[in-house]
Structure formats: C-alpha cells, structure tokens
Design a protein around this ligand. Sequence first.
Ligand SMILES: Cc1ncc(COP(=O)(O)O)c(C=O)c1O
Length: 486
Amino acid sequence: MTIIDKLLKTAKNQHHVAKTPPLTKRRGKKAETLQDKARDHLWMHFTRQGPLSAGAEVPIIVKGSGHHIWDDKGKKYFDGLSGLFVVNAGHGRKRLAEVAAKQAEELAFFPLWSYAHPSAIELADKLADYAPGDLNKVFFTTGGGEAVESAFKLAKQYWKLMGKPMKHKVISRNIAYHGTPQGALAITGIPAMKAMFEPLTPGGFRVPNTNYYRAEEMGFPGGTEEEFGLWAANRIEEMIEFEGAETVAAVFLEPVQNSGGCFPPPPGYFQRVREICDKHDVLLVSDEVICAFGRIGEMFACTAFDYVPDIITCAKGMTSGYSPIGAMITSDRLFEPFAKGNTTFYHGYTFGGHPVSAAVALENLKIFEEEKINEHVRENSPKFRAALERLLDIPIVGDVRGAGYFFGIELVKNKTTKETFSEAESEKLLRGFLSKALFQAGLYCRADDRGDPVIQLAPPLTIGPTEFDEIEAILRDVLTRASKLL
Ligand SMILES: Cc1ncc(COP(=O)(O)O)c(C=O)c1O
C-alpha cells in the first residue's frame, strides 16, 4: 500500500468516526466546560481530532512546577518530555515570568526590520559567545521550523552570491524531523508527514541515519560503531557526488537525531561529515532545535561532539519555553557577502527576536550559568542511562540509546531477531495502550512510531538520580504490562 493509499484509507475511517453534529448546529448553545470549548474550537497540532469529536477527553494541563505538571482535575504528573523538549530549566520559574513582565512594560514589541532593541542585541552577543568557531551572526525567528527554513533560504542565496547559482539541493537523514514550513518539510525525512503536501519545495535528498541498532538493515555490512559512523557519513558524500556537488547547497543534521528515537552520532561521524562538506563546498547545518541549551550538556551540542558547523539552528530550550523564540546562527564566512553594498537577505518574521522572548532567553541562560545546569547534565547523564538500561530485562525493550538528558527506548517484538511490530501491532501498542497507560501512571513522555516504536524521554535538566529511579519504576510497570498484552 502506498503512503497516499494509507492516507486516503485513514481519512475515510476517520470520517466514519466523526458522528458529532457539525459545529454550526451547536452554535448558540454555550459551551460550558473547557472540554466542550476545546472540542468545539481548538484545533490541536499533529492530533487525531476524530476521537475528540466523538467524545474522547482532551488532557488539559493547567500548572507546572519544577519537573511536575498538573491537569485540570488536580492530578500530578512527571514531565518526562519537558513539554516538547522545551522546559529545560523546569516549570514555574518566577524569575523568568518577572523578566517577561518587566520587558513587556518597558518595550513590549519592536521589530528587527532595520531597527534593533537591547534584549535582541544582548542575546545575539550571548549566543555568538556560546557558539563555536566563527559562528558570530544571529538571525532570530520565532521557532525551530522558521530557523530551519531561514537556513535553507540563506544557503541558496549564499551560493548565488558566490557565483554558484545551481547549488540549491539539501541533504538530510531518513526519519529526521526538521519542521513544518514547506522548505523545512522538504528537509524532513518522514514520508508520511509530507505526502499530503506534495509537491514540496524541490531539492530534498535523504541519506541513512545513525541508528546503529538497525545499521545492517540500512545496508551497513557490519562492524564497529566507528566503522558504521564512517559508512553512514560516506553515504552523504555518495549522495553529493551522485547529485553533483555543483547542485548541493547544504547538509542538515541533528547532533542527536530525535525522530526514530535518539540516534547519537557514532564516534568520528561528524568529523568525517565536516571533511566531506569542506571537500565539496557544501554547508553543514547543525539543527539543534532540540539538542541545544543543555539537552546534551553543552550550550550547543556540536561542542559536545567536537565539530564546527556553518550554521546552527536552535529554538525550544533557549527560553525554557517561557516565551517563544528561535535563531539561525551563521559563520562570518556566510555573512560576508551580505556585509557589502546593498546586498540584503530578503527574509524575516514580525515576531523574530521578540523583545520579551529575548529578555527571557537572557535570564534563562543566566540561570543555566548560575546553577551550572550543563555540568549537572554531564555528571548525571550516565546515571540516567544506567537507570533506563535496567529496563533491558523486559521482553519488549530492545535498545536504550541517547545522550545527555535525551534518551529513546526502542520496543521490539523479538529481542533476538530485533523484529519490530507490524503497523497494526504498533497502533495497538503505542496509541492503544502505552501513551494512555504511561499518562495514567503519572508519566508524561512520548510514545512515537514515526520510525520503529520508541518511548522518548527528555525531562527538565534539573532532575537527578532520585527522579531517574522514579521514571524507571513507572516505565518498568507499564512496559511489563505492555509485554504481557502482546
Ligand atoms: C530538529 C528539529 N528541527 C526543527 C523543529 C521545528 O521546530 P518548531 O516546532 O519550533 O517549528 C523541531 C521540532 O521539534 C526539531 O526537533
């Protein structure tokens, strides 16, 4: 069955589920509860609305403090995903709320279109300090997808200005997620997420990711992790040569790939990629929308893996979610053709570098420094990994992988053969059981089946060994029950 067939089938099924009268019929009847209002008016992101229209409850989160969140019924949960890889410094930091209020009073808004304001200037300076090499120029956005989109557009314009106008193609990895704008979506490597929006921005090409657990299924003939890293990096060179280096603008890679379940780079991988990019005049974009700001124990994760990209894209944890912002940080080399004459990057966002968000980001980064959050992550990451690895005695737990405070647990049908679940089994296991059971057991995290089924964990960076044990206990209970279900 093709992806389009699957989409049509799903759409047909969902159409049958939605038996609720059309909203127009209910107008006039005042929705009384938040549940009613949510069902009637709130179009949630990446969400199957059918079950909600048919009466399923919308989980409503009303409060957060530290690594905990509460729903509207007063039930407390462990936030095992920092909202959405965002609340790195933890919930309920009064100091960040106060800074936001102060900035809103002082100057609530001004654009960065030919004008500037102090908080964006200070934040650009701070980010340039943290960024490696000559990554000194900061272009603000409101989120991660816009940062990726900006990098795609900058890469195209840069090569045009350098007299290489054919360089427009972009290479990324299988199952990688890079955002939803049509350019970023062309870089995203998840076919099912793109099929309904085709034709997308042309020029996106895919290479193998760094899932060592499934390396041989990707064509790796077998060997050490280092050899796999070299093999995977060489697939990038193969693609550049196949497409013609004169047509390839950039390679977009996450330091640790999220989608598919936390694939860290094998040793030597990024060093080889850097070499390939330099050899073929291709820009290396480090998409750190998730990995920056402490998730891997450094302000920028490329530092942790010892490579210097040409562009970093980042967002999420920059403010720990207290206000939205994103950024594209580029090297002096990329800025150089824009530093002359009338040349302009014709690109921008009204809310890019919003004063309130920039002020909050500065305060958030100050907290990182004062509380030594990166050091805390580096010190405790091995203990977190060890707690999760204890789950490997459960029959369906196939692999535990990740880095920093960012881990994926791959679930398999057969541990010896690594056989994965069929689509129907995965649907039953993840959506039918795990997501709900984990939430009911008090752990908010992600059960993801965009690649092979995984549980993903990315808790606030403030937690320690006691909380790792708590996460392990909940996962042990729920995954053991899930094993028996099959
Ligand atoms: C690696 C990566 N790039 C881009 C994005 C898109 O970011 P946003 O949702 O802020 O647009 C995400 C979101 O999760 C991401 O993980």
